[in-house]
Design a protein around this ligand. Sequence first.
Ligand SMILES: *[C@@H]1O[C@H](CO)[C@@H](O)[C@H](O)[C@H]1NC(C)=O
Ligand SMILES: *[C@@H]1O[C@H](CO)[C@@H](O)[C@H](O)[C@H]1NC(C)=O
Ligand SMILES: *[C@@H]1O[C@H](CO)[C@@H](O)[C@H](O)[C@H]1NC(C)=O
Length: 475
Amino acid sequence: MLKPLYYLFWFSLPSLALPGLFFFLLAGGAAGGDVGVAAGQEAVECSRLERADIEGRLSTKTPYRAIANFNETSPQYAGCRPTRIWSIIRHGTRNPSEKVILLAQSRLAEIKEDILNQSNPNLCAGELKKLRKWSWNFLNAAEDEKLLVAEGEDELTELAERMQNRFPSLLPDIYDPGWYFFKYTATQRTLKSAHSFATGLFGRHRIHAVRYPPPMHQDPILRFYKRCGRWKTDVDKNPDTLVNARRFLAEPQMQSAVEHVRSSTRLPELRPEDVQLMYTVCAFETAWRRPRHGDRWPTHSVWCNFFDVPALNAMEFFEDLEYYWNDGYGYELTHRIACPAIADMFAAISSSDDTEEQGPLRSNATFYFTHSGTLLKLLAHLGLARDEEPLTHRHFASERLWRTSQIDAFATNLAFLRYDCDEDEPHVLVLHQERVVRLPGCPLDKDLCPLATLRRIYADSVERCDFEELCQLKD
Ligand SMILES: *[C@@H]1O[C@H](CO)[C@@H](O)[C@H](O)[C@H]1NC(C)=O
Ligand SMILES: *[C@@H]1O[C@H](CO)[C@@H](O)[C@H](O)[C@H]1NC(C)=O
Ligand SMILES: *[C@@H]1O[C@H](CO)[C@@H](O)[C@H](O)[C@H]1NC(C)=O
């Protein structure tokens, strides 16, 4: 697909150095160059935070561009070529839930008025203007909640383009229903994500031909946990699940984050929930708008300005705790119930004409479009991003692998590729966020893992996936 010029500009530079450089260009390059001075008042510097400081700390609201792998070179393994792919992908950037929209329209609008009513608000002239204009009244809470936004479409289209560039023989640009199998859940955001991904593969004029099976709310593979009564009562609706997150509210790092926002807004009465709301709105508004070449002003949300990096880190950690205990390693049941998806992966990459594997012949390329809850449980089932100790409210200062901003951004994706080799047994390459990962139990010094080894590691997932039994309500 033809790309506009800013893509070249944006993607042809090493991605790590970019956000800072981009900010530098946007801001006119001068530190302190944007200083708003009202007569007789102290000068307030604009944007004490750089976009990169914000973008990578937004937990599950992190836009995919913050973590994507823009290196499209195909990995090469001598004598082996990819013949199958099974991939599961979270929908892209979306609108907030109805609850968040309503809170932003009511409580955050109030906070905005309180700030603007101050004689000397702690914002530079440009940001003050942005705050005056800020409103979420363009959103209809009931109708617009959770809809995929334009950035979400771009995320999926570009992901498909990069995957196709890496694996052109496996992902041909002509659609064939025997070759490709796509499925999404019964939601607008996964439907649109699937369409956008197909657009990246086949082009927008050819996606009308793509066939999809009827979508389900409680798909046994794409959204297994929705069918698990026991997980709902024991984990999802269990008040103990969030005990660590709640305890973290009382830890000094969270307290100083709240203090920081109280002081930067000059609203000493703000509650921790207000600060969380500001963080969430900062996250969505940042995710929605990618910086475009020629933007004159930092495009991140005005609400981000009231945070500093330590405060963002505390907000991020709070969310990491929630997801760890609700959707990750916290309870064994949570990740065990991902077994139907793992079994489906093996069925898809094992089935071929030259093995004795059971089951019907599957397509060469399977793509599922689903939700954060599915991706996190799968990651934990696979043993990825696993810390040695369970994550608790005391672990803020420790290094951790469980970082939802990295592992569960919008458009988060996992892919299993089967490689057939001339002189060797079939192997599997595993990608998370388009980067090779080595699963526990696979060779530590090689990207490729023998399919037989992988089958052994997850034998229980395939052979003893007693989902009904695991999920039965016991009382
Ligand atoms: C890009 O990816 C290829 C294949 O995975 C790898 O060999 C190469 O080192 C990567 N290049 C950079 C600059 O990281
Ligand atoms: C597609 O899958 C079939 C097995 O069903 C396999 O024999 C064939 O090599 C695959 N094609 C490619 C190009 O990978
Ligand atoms: C704004 O401030 C004035 C004086 O400080 C106060 O009387 C008024 O109620 C405030 N308005 C709002 C909307 O808070």
